[in-house]
Design a protein around this ligand. Sequence first.
Ligand SMILES: O=C(O)c1ccccc1NCC(=O)[C@H](O)[C@H](O)COP(=O)(O)O
Length: 214
Amino acid sequence: MPTQIKICGLSMPETLDAAVDAGASHVGLVHFAKSPRHVTLDDAAKLRRRVPEGVKVVLLTSALQPAELEAAYLAVRPDVIQFHGNETVEWMALVRKLMGVETWRAVGLKERATLDRAQRFVGQVDRVLFDAPAKALPGGNGVAFQWEILDGYEHPMDWALAGGLTPNNVGDAIARTGAPLVDTSSGVETAPGVKDIALIRAFCDAVRAADANP
Ligand SMILES: O=C(O)c1ccccc1NCC(=O)[C@H](O)[C@H](O)COP(=O)(O)O
């Protein structure tokens, strides 16, 4: 199966279209007011409507209140909600059940013990996204974690690799970790929040090159 690609933090129609054209399987929209990639629900809904069937829309949120999350879901109708805040396992499982939406949990990885703790998400969310620990932002900081933390780990559920991935390092990341899905945001930007079409294409090309030369 080809490595799936998520281009995250898209906020403009041109770069969203470029990600779809370049072969992204997932496109991410950040709804978090402090982020340079924040999109309002109105803009997120407009962007969502541009995305063709077959490409999944991921809405990123952090610690929204239940009514806010429901409003976001109803406005955007994402395929996936990605959680970055202090949401409990029970709450994420309830969202998945009641909204019928795919749910992903971001997990900041600093040490192997965090992987063990992440096992509580098995059967409760659809995928865990391993990323560097939160810094100024809950995600999208352009920082890689030590990929060797994943060495020899038998993943008990679907997962994705994120954190500081770029067109230059994503091939090594796939070779090292065997990630089934890679996620980038800062690595395809020229400044925080400013996506670059050439970098988006280069990232997708690098993933396909890695798949072709395992
Ligand atoms: O991108 C943001 O600003 C953001 C804000 C709040 C929650 C999550 C956010 N981003 C997460 C991502 O874009 C990715 O899932 C992931 O962290 C990769 O980011 P990067 O290291 O920049 O490639």
